[in-house]
Design a protein around this ligand. Sequence first.
Ligand code: G6P
Ligand code: MN
Length: 441
Amino acid sequence: MKKYNIVIVGGGSTFTPGFLKSFCRMKNEFPLAKLVLFDIDANRQKPIGEYGKILFKELYPTAELIYTTDIAQAYTDMDFVFMQMRVGGYEMREKDEKIPLKHGIIGQETCGPGGIAYGLRSTKEMIKAIYDIRHYAPNAWVLNYSNPAAIVAEALRREFPTDKKILNICDQPENVVRSCSRLLGCNFKDLQPVYFGLNHYGWFTNMYDKNTGEDLLPKIRELVKERGFLPQDAEQRDKSWLETYGMVQQLMADFPDYLPNTYDQYYLYPSYKAKSLNPNFTRANEVMASREKRVFAECQQVIEAGTTKDLVNIHEDAHAEFMIDVAMSIAYNLNNRFIVIIENYGAINNLPDDGMVEVVAELGANGPSPMRVGNIPTFYKGLLENQLASEKLAIDAYFEGSYQKALQSLTLNRTVNDAKIARVILDELIEANKLYWPELK
Ligand code: G6P
Ligand code: MN
């Protein structure tokens, strides 16, 4: 059995330990020769790398684990690149969330002005990274889940139009499928969704039982009405995530056609959501106080003990396992189904060909084969066209260095919808991002 070489870009991420544990758990299904952690922040990555070395020595001695800040070492001979960079770290996420909120507008890492701000930061570094990768590993598959995935996908589509080995993908649709399995009391692998939208903005039109072909969406609608909606791993979730999933009940009461992605709440209830978010303690603060503390404390404990024994349990990590399943489907040409981000070309018949949309696809060695959903109804088409234009304008602003396009992008975004507020927020974002953005004139 071939053993694979994988690099995780953003090795210092709070998500990395979950990946390390999942690679250990899945070592027979997907054997690794070498796993490289790569980060530009050596200090942040070091404890995670040291923790990983102890973990691999004990649980995965047949694989080599290294951590590095050197580009050549990171990419040479790689089969897969897992991209999870966060340009500007949580410090900048906090600004993405707080600057719009100060003006009464949604503060979120991927939706609204914060997403646009983060998009312009990510675009620059993602483009540079892909050039580096193609220099050292021309045939590696790049699995990108760096955010905001919709805007990053549009940027990469324009900069690398012929590169067929870049896949943009997000775990949130699958998280919603998993939530349904909790509600229905079944295994999520037995659910076969039909989905359309943009990244972090979409709907499930059907949720089929894989064994019988029955559409379970009507049943899900009834259950959501009766019991609300919870993430599959609700017991491990912070308060804000429980509130986010809870909004699915309201979304389905107002728009019962389909089951929404949880991110739809920001576009459909922008003023309600903006009012319910705390402008002084946003999700970035919550993450720093919870996941970040927990992850680095676990690394420290293991490093001090010199062993993982009794300190680490390699339980399931949904996000990491999802990404490893994606890599396996490509590596072994399994053609399993995933919800992925692709250039539209008719997948959603009445949206533009060059939009980066999110739909179900079979995924194999030659990439995704998307499944068509036909025409979508006017309401959804209107919402998505509006957002697609906002995202495209953000990337126009990046490539053209255009203030005007950035202003249009924010103004058009449903979370803003007002040119005066858009301008005030944009000017503050420019100031906050001056180390990261291209100059906008
Ligand atoms: C989901 C989304 C990701 C996002 C993450 C944020 O998994 O699909 O795109 O990065 O949530 O989670 P956090 O816990 O950092 O707020
Ligand atoms: Mn996502």
